[in-house]
Design a protein around this ligand. Structure first.
Ligand SMILES: Cc1cc2nc3c(=O)[nH]c(=O)nc-3n(C[C@H](O)[C@H](O)[C@H](O)COP(=O)(O)OP(=O)(O)OC[C@H]3O[C@@H](n4cnc5c(N)ncnc54)[C@H](O)[C@@H]3O)c2cc1C
Length: 391
C-alpha cells in the first residue's frame, strides 16, 4: 500500500487529521488497532474549547455537536463549603466551552470518514515505523491476520501514549519530561440529570471531586482516590456518600443520586516528549504528551497538533516551502507547555496530596480565595480553560 500521509491511530487526533487532509486534497490511510465499537465507546474527555468547536465545524463534523452539545459559559469552584462561579464570556471577551463527549466526536468523524474519506482500517495494528529519517518512511502493520507495509511520504503517530510511533525516534534525540501524581480519578457515569448546570470543581480536605455531565440526563462524576485504587473497591453507596461530602455547601444545594452505569479509575500523569518530529515522522496528541485531566486539555491539544500539521503540509504543497513543517515541533510545544502548566496548576490547586501539610492546605485555600476576589487571577483561569490559540 502507498499513500501520502500514513496515520497511526483513530482517536480524535488521527480521525480529525484524516478529515483535514482530505479537505485539502491530500490522501491518507488511517490504521487503527481496535475495532469500531471499541473506539466509539471508550469513555474519556468531554470538554471542547472554542478553537476545537470551530475546527470540527469547519471540517463538517459539527452538525450533531451543535444540536446535542451543551454550551457552558462558566465553571464553579467549591471550597470551604462556599461556591464561586467563573464567568468565561465576561472574562475572555465572549469565549465559552462545549460539553460534547469524545465518544460522540469520534462517532461523527468515523461516520464522515467511512462515507467519503480516505481508507480507515480497523483492527489494523501498526507494528513499527521504519526509515523515518528518509524520504520514504514506512509503517509495518498487521491486518486480517497478515503483515503488510504502508509506504508513505509522511507518517503521523496519533497512536496515544502506549503506541509504537514514538519508539521510532532514537533515544539519542529524545528528551522526556514527566511527573506522576500519587492519586487518580475514580470516574462514574450515572443515569441521573446533572445536579448543577455547569461543571463543579471541589477542593475538600478529603480530596478533590468533579461534577460533570455527558447530556441533560447523564452525569459524569469523579473522586480523587489513592494511586493504584481498584474501582471495584468502591460500592455505589460509598461513591455517592463520598461525593456528597466533598460537594457539601452551606446553602441548600443537593447532589441527586442515580444508577451508576460505569466506573473506572484514571491515573494522573504529566508527560512531554521532545521533539514532536523526527525526519518524516510527526507525533500528535497523546503520542507526544499527556496532561492530568483537571484542565480538560488532552483532547483539545490533540486537535491543535493535527491542525498545525495539516496547515503546514498544505502550505508546503502550495508554496514549496517546508518552513512550517520544519517548525511543527516548536510550534506545537509552545501550546503544549502552556497546557501542561495550566493542568499542573489546576491539579495542585484542587487535589490533596497524601502528605499535604497544614501549611499547604492553607496555601490552596489562599490561591482559591485569590481567584474568587481578583479579576486578574480569575481572568487567567478563564483564558486558559477556554483555550490557547493554535499558532
Ligand atoms: C481513561 C482516560 C480518561 C480521560 N479523561 C479525560 C478527560 O476527562 N478530559 C480530557 O480533556 N482528557 C481526558 N483524557 C485524555 C484524552 O482523552 C486524550 O488526550 C485524547 O484521547 C487524545 O487523543 P489522541 O487521538 O491523541 O489519542 P487516543 O484517543 O489515545 O487515540 C489513539 C488511538 O491509537 C490507537 N492505537 C494505539 N496503538 C496503535 C497501534 N500500534 N496501531 C494502530 N492503532 C493504535 C488506539 O487504539 C487509539 O484508538 C482521558 C484519557 C484517558 C486514557
Amino acid at each position: 500500500m502507498r499513500t501520502t500521509v500514513g496515520i497511526i491511530g483513530a482517536g480524535p487526533a488521527g480521525l480529525l487529521l484524516a478529515r483535514l487532509l482530505s479537505d485539502a486534497g491530500i490522501d491518507s490511510v488511517v490504521l487503527e488497532s481496535r475495532d469500531r465499537p471499541y473506539v466509539e465507546q471508550r469513555q474519556r474527555a468531554g470538554i471542547l474549547e472554542q478553537g476545537t468547536i470551530d475546527v470540527l465545524r469547519a471540517a463538517g463534523a459539527g452538525e450533531r455537536m451543535d444540536r446535542e452539545g451543551l454550551r457552558h459559559d462558566g465553571i464553579e469552584l467549591r471550597y470551604d463549603r462556599t461556591r464561586h462561579r467563573v464567568d468565561f464570556p465576561a472574562l475572555t471577551g465572549g469565549r465559552s466551552v462545549m460539553v460534547y463527549a469524545q465518544t460522540e466526536v469520534c462517532k461523527d468523524l468515523i461516520a464522515l470518514q467511512l462515507k467519503d474519506g480516505a481508507p480507515l482500517l480497523f483492527e489494523a495494528e501498526a507494528l513499527a515505523v521504519e526509515d523515518a529519517d528518509t524520504d520514504r518512511p514506512r509503517v509495518r502493520f498487521r491486518h486480517e491476520g497478515r503483515e503488510d507495509v504502508l509506504e508513505c511520504d509522511y507518517v503521523v503517530g496519533c497512536d496515544g501514549f502506549w503506541g509504537v510511533a514514538r519508539k521510532a525516534i532514537p533515544a539519542s534525540v529524545s528528551r522526556t519530561f514527566e511527573r506522576t501524581y500519587p492519586f487518580g480519578w475514580l470516574g462514574i457515569l450515572a443515569d441521573v440529570p446533572p445536579s448543577h448546570d455547569e461543571l463543579v470543581y471541589a477542593r475538600h480536605d478529603r480530596g478533590f471531586a468533579l461534577l460533570s455531565m455527558r447530556s441533560p440526563s447523564v452525569s459524569r462524576l469523579y473522586l480523587q482516590v489513592p494511586e493504584g485504587t481498584d474501582a471495584e473497591e468502591w460500592s455505589d453507596d460509598e461513591i455517592w456518600a463520598e461525593l456528597e461530602r466533598r460537594f457539601e455547601t452551606d446553602d441548600d444545594w443537593r447532589l441527586e443520586r442515580g444508577p451508576i452505569t460505569q466506573k473506572s479509575v484514571t491515573p494522573m500523569r504529566s508527560y512531554v516528549h521532545e521533539p514532536m518530529r523526527h525526519g518524516r515522522l510527526f507525533l500528535a496528541g497523546d503520542a507526544a504528551h499527556i496532561v492530568p485531566p483537571t484542565g480538560a486539555k488532552g483532547l483539545n491539544l490533540a486537535v491543535g497538533d493535527v491542525v498545525t500539521f495539516a496547515r503546514a503540509l498544505t502550505d508546503q504543497r502550495e508554496t514549496g516551502s517546508s518552513e512550517l513543517l520544519d517548525a511543527y515541533s516548536a510550534t506545537c510545544l509552545r501550546r503544549v507547555w502552556q497546557a501542561e502548566r495550566f493542568s499542573y496548576d489546576m491539579t495542585t490547586l484542587l487535589h490533596r496530596a497524601p502528605d499535604a501539610t497544614p501549611f499547604e492546605d492553607r496555601l490552596q485555600l489562599a490561591r482559591l480565595a485569590r481567584i474568587a476576589s481578583s479579576r486578574a487571577a480569575e481572568t487567567e483561569l478563564a483564558e486558559a480553560y477556554t483555550g490557547f490559540p493554535v499558532d
